[in-house]
Design a binder for this molecule. Structure first.
Ligand SMILES: NC(=O)c1ccc[n+]([C@@H]2O[C@H](COP(=O)([O-])OP(=O)(O)OC[C@H]3O[C@@H](n4cnc5c(N)ncnc54)[C@H](OP(=O)(O)O)[C@@H]3O)[C@@H](O)[C@H]2O)c1
Length: 276
């Protein structure tokens, strides 16, 4: 990986997931600075990962100090704080720095306006399986990021999973699929588990049956060169039990339901971008 020094501004669930992936990929903790709000989080991260922690609670210059010398600055604070944090660090950024944000809904234009003109900006949308190294991350470059900087961003997110490079206009759409997607899957698991309990299984057994079925089916899909429809047909004997179950599921018109769900998420992301 071509990153020399990285500052991670905001190390909550997403910042820490990426920090962890980066270190697992062999990146030297001595070249990582993290900022947090609280002293407690900064100390915990320093102890757990051997990185330098900069809590803003203890020092208002913490973010500005963290970015000194960094060729990559990953912004992983809540979207509402991105512009403010960028303004705090702007004067201390390396001239050739790359700023990468994971914040939902914050455009590259907004970020570019908050940092010097020589600084490249990239926007991304990872998802929570980053915590276990199984994210899929959408990456979109701003108007100034170079090819080499895009490569750096891709290699950073590859430490936590797969990466899709796309134009920025598609990143909200990607968010409604893979960004929000883990919640859709957990929701399906919740409902399927409730159905298993209806059949008389206790909660623990129902959870085991359903989660292992999701994990096993996903791993099977990843391991063999077959489409989901082909794998589904393999389980579905003509006039058998699965065929009856699938016929019931078909009555729910799942495709239409997912179209409506992702469109609703997209409409909300437009509202959020408009400050509503
Ligand atoms: N979670 C997801 O599914 C997901 C997916 C894609 C993108 N994202 C994006 O990831 C970003 C972070 O989300 P998250 O879920 O990781 O949030 P989170 O767990 O609340 O983490 C936010 C982090 O920011 C720190 N912080 C707060 N104010 C700060 C400041 N002024 N300067 C520096 N650090 C500050 C917090 O410090 P303390 O720990 O000390 O409070 C915390 O470590 C968001 O922009 C979100 O849109 C999240």
């Amino acid at each position: 990986m071509d990153i020399q020094k990285i500052a991670i501004l905001g190390s909550g669930s997403m910042g820490t997931a990426i920090l962890s992936g980066l270190l697992k990929a062999g990146f030297d903790a001595a070249n990582v600075a993290v900022s947090t709000k609280s002293v407690a989080t900064a100390s915990r991260l320093a102890e757990q990962f051997g990185v330098t922690g900069h809590p803003t609670e203890a020092n208002p210059e913490a973010n500005a100090n963290a970015v000194v010398g960094a060729d990559v600055v990953l912004v992983a604070v809540k979207p509402a704080y991105v512009a403010e944090v960028l303004r705090e660090v702007s004067a201390n950024l390396r001239e050739d720095a790359l700023v990468i944000s994971v914040a939902a809904g914050v455009t590259t234009a907004t970020m570019e306006a908050a940092v010097p003109a020589s600084v490249g900006v990239i926007r991304s949308m990872p998802n929570t399986p980053a915590i276990v190294g199984r994210a899929v991350t959408g990456v979109a470059r701003g108007s100034r990021a170079t090819d080499a900087q895009l490569t750096k961003a891709v290699s950073l997110f590859e430490t936590v999973g797969k990466v899709v490079v796309l134009p920025e206009i598609q990143i909200d759409e990607l968010g409604t699929v893979s960004g929000s997607g883990p919640a859709y899957v957990f929701f399906l698991i919740e409902k399927f588990t409730a159905a298993a309990m209806e059949l008389g299984f206790d909660a623990e057994t129902a959870h085991l049956l359903v989660t292992e079925t999701f994990l096993g089916a996903s791993e099977l899909l990843a391991a063999v060169d077959k489409t989901p429809a082909e794998l589904r047909r393999q389980v579905t004997s003509p006039n058998g039990t699965t065929e009856r179950a699938i016929a019931q599921l078909e009555t729910g018109n799942l495709e239409d339901l997912f179209v409506r769900a992702t469109k609703a998420a997209l409409a909300r992301s437009k509202e959020l971008a408009a400050g509503k």
